[in-house]
Write a protein that binds this ligand. Structure first.
Ligand code: HEM
Ligand SMILES: [Ca+2]
Length: 663
């Protein structure tokens, strides 16, 4: 038995998975009155609750009242939805098991057989794709886990992962892990065991604003701003996230470089993610200041809520205009109607769609991003030269120091590095920094295996095996390993044979992550279908979707146009101190040939992209100056100019906005 000390990997993963502010739910089994528990948790919010001007016009902190007919849909704190029924060992709640009494191998053993510490790069794409994927995931899903201190016994919601005696890395008997917390299932049923999402399921900027009123209040400052910390070296430079005093896991505790607090508790898990949180927070504050200056009669609340609407619209637009096309490719973008370019007009909000986070999306499919993680974070200077040493990932967990490491270019050199570093392919190759050194104390090198954790988490949640998900996604049923050849390489099938006795035993996450990518996409068929389905529901089941023209919350047509001009490149230009030049489409590497004259916004509005090969034909992605407003248009805030006298015209929206009050 190894000794536990304050900063070991086990306590870090518990901290990561637990919301300290989250009330400790009574479990479904122990509850005398299930119905009143569900009421308390907000399962049955009544539509009348939403008939308040602010809730109709603007996002609520916990996502309630987004859907005015079914106000709890998408709200924080509710159970996952399921595409396929849960399959627990005992039918109601014990770990997922193989059919027919076969024992599943330890998930660490599976890593040892299936996963290799190797790297294959994706031509032309940048590591920004990985970092943004994590940020996006953290806006839509976070399942809390039990805060137990678990050792190697299987009890009290502890599900230790057995470590084989001849393990190549670990000398311990097990990797301890806690089960996810549970709540009554959708519709308030007590069985089978169901897990929950503690953040808002909508793409609504909860990464910045939190998912509860109390967290939001803590993050906010005056004038519609988010709290920020001055640059400790030079107050004229841009700000940082406020200190997260509760994060005792932070490496740089007690120094002048704290980890940073944001709307999502996981912001400090790795410094790349922290930098993206930081630039989105800066962007919020930039917009809020400009809105205040334009509309001096707006109060703190109005500025904050309008800014949130803008920033979450920008987040949605970057996700669907830039991130999803490279991740899913053209066929899936069309099949699930995800494209936002012209030629793909928005088909209308559907209040009967359920945007709730599916269990399999968060706990298998979208975790494919873990295979995109590299062991280094490249850092480059203003001219994109690799003059600094990279940040080593295993030293960058819960550590805020590189952001302030001015000798090595600080936060700016990390963000620029993401624009040149190549992206890792989604495959059975994972960096040792996550399969061996996850949350390791750098001094004693004991860490965790994220692949084994993902696999064990799937069993914890009763996710059916991979073959069921294939069938769910329309691939042919299979009864032998060799039939997997339609989506997997022969080498992959060989290692799966070594790891599992029967093809139906393959765990959901493992099968999904080792599928060959679809042509022109980063993901395979099964991940693609699960992501496609849910990103569809997040688009058409969100009343605040930026393209939605109907309803009191709708952006005005010229406001929507401003959002459509926005790119991630422009946001980066505006939020760093020293980014002078940038490629217009940041998920692609910069073209060497100069000559870009078209903006990505114009290109995406007039082309079907990507093509079948995943390319963006006829688009020059050469770096241009951030001051080149033709190629990287600025955000046009003029449509938000609010002349007081127009209130008197008396449209419903004006009247509602007016009720918010000025101060
Ligand atoms: C260095 C980078 C990353 C680290 C260290 C990391 C670490 C983790 C950890 C520790 C968990 C919780 C595991 C558990 O207890 O079950 C997790 C969950 C997850 N990760 Fe990552 N991750 C990284 C990058 C990514 C990326 C790039 C993506 C997607 C593109 C991603 C998607 C997810 C998802 C969807 C979950 C489940 C969240 C939930 O709903 O609870 N991660 N990650
Ligand atoms: Ca959210």
């Amino acid at each position: 038995n190894h000794e536990h000390h304050e900063r070991d990997s086990e306590s870090m993963i518990h901290w990561y998975g637990t919301d300290i502010r989250h009330r400790d739910e009574r479990s479904a089994e122990s509850s005398g009155d299930l119905r009143s528990l569900c009421e308390e948790l907000g399962y049955f919010i009544k539509p009348e609750t939403c008939m308040v001007s602010t809730r109709m016009l603007y996002h609520t902190a916990d996502g309630s009242c987004n859907n005015l007919l079914h106000p709890s849909l998408g709200k924080a704190g509710l159970p996952h939805k399921r595409y396929l029924p849960a399959e627990y060992g005992d039918g109601i709640g014990s770990l997922h098991q193989a059919e027919g009494g076969r024992t599943l191998p330890s998930t660490r053993e599976i890593t040892n057989i299936v996963v290799r510490n190797d790297s294959v790069l994706v031509p032309r794409l940048t590591a920004m794709t990985m970092h943004f994927g994590q940020l996006l995931d953290h806006d839509v899903g976070h399942t809390p886990v039990h805060p137990n201190t678990c050792g190697c016994e299987t009890k009290d919601n502890c599900i230790p992962i057995a470590v084989p005696s001849d393990d190549p890395a670990f000398r311990t008997r097990c990797l301890p892990l806690s089960r996810s917390k549970t709540v009554p299932g959708p519709g308030c049923v007590d069985q089978p065991r169901e897990q929950l999402n503690q953040i808002t399921t909508f793409i609504d900027g909860s990464i910045l604003y939190g998912s509860s009123a109390s967290v939001q209040a803590d993050l906010r400052g005056s004038g519609g701003l988010l709290r920020a910390r001055k640059n400790p070296f030079d107050a004229s430079l841009k700000t940082f996230l406020p200190d997260d005093e509760e994060n005792a896991k932070c490496d740089s505790r007690d120094s002048e470089f704290p980890c940073g607090k944001a709307g999502d508790k996981r912001a400090a898990v790795q410094e790349g993610l922290t930098t993206l949180h930081t630039i989105f927070m800066r962007y919020h504050n930039e917009i809020a200041k400009q809105l205040s200056a334009m509309n001096p009669h707006w109060g703190n609340e109005r500025v904050f809520l309008e800014t949130r609407k803008i920033v979450s619209s920008v987040l949605q637009h970057i996700s669907y205009n830039e991130y999803l096309p490279v991740t899913l490719g053209s066929d899936l973008m069309k099949r699930y109607r995800l494209s936002v370019g012209s030629g793909y007009p928005y088909r209308g909000y559907q209040a009967n769609l359920d945007p709730t986070m599916p269990n399999v999306f968060a706990h298998a499919a979208f975790r494919m991003g873990h295979s995109q993680v590299s062991s280094n974070l490249t850092r480059v200077d203003v001219r994109y030269r690799e003059v600094y040493d990279p940040v080593v990932l295993r030293l960058a967990f819960f550590n805020g120091s590189s952001l302030h490491d001015v000798q090595n270019g600080g936060i700016d050199s990390i963000v620029r590095g993401m624009l040149v570093q190549p992206l890792e392919k989604i495959d059975r190759f994972f960096s040792e920094d996550v399969t061996r050194f996850l949350f390791a104390d750098p001094l004693n090198s004991f860490g965790l295996d994220l692949v084994a954790i993902n696999t064990q988490r799937g069993r914890d949640h009763g996710l059916p095996g991979y073959t069921k998900w294939r069938s769910f996604c329309g691939l042919p049923d299979v009864s032998s390993f060799d039939e997997l050849g339609d989506v997997m390489s022969p080498e992959t099938i060989d290692v799966l044979k070594k790891a599992y006795t029967h093809v139906d035993d393959i765990d959901a996450f493992i099968g999904m992550v080792v599928e060959e990518p679809i042509n022109g996409a980063l993901v395979g068929q099964t991940v693609g279908c699960i992501l496609g389905e849910q990103f569809h529901d997040l688009k058409f089941g969100d009343r605040f979707w930026y393209e939605n023209p109907a309803g009191v919350q709708a952006l005005k047509p010229n406001q929507r146009n401003s959002i459509r001009q926005m790119t991630f490149a422009r946001l980066i230009c505006e939020t760093l101190d020293t980014v002078d030049t940038i490629q217009p489409f940041v998920f692609h590497s910069a073209d060497k040939q100069p000559g870009g004259i078209e903006s990505f916004a114009d290109y995406s509005a007039t082309h079907e992209y990507p093509d079948k090969k995943g390319a963006f034909p006829d688009f020059s992605n050469a770096r241009v100056s951030c001051k080149d407003f033709n190629v990287i248009p600025p955000f046009d805030l003029r449509p938000w100019l609010d002349r007081r006298d127009t209130y008197k015209c008396g449209t419903t929206t004006n009247k509602l906005e007016n009720k918010l009050g000025d101060d």
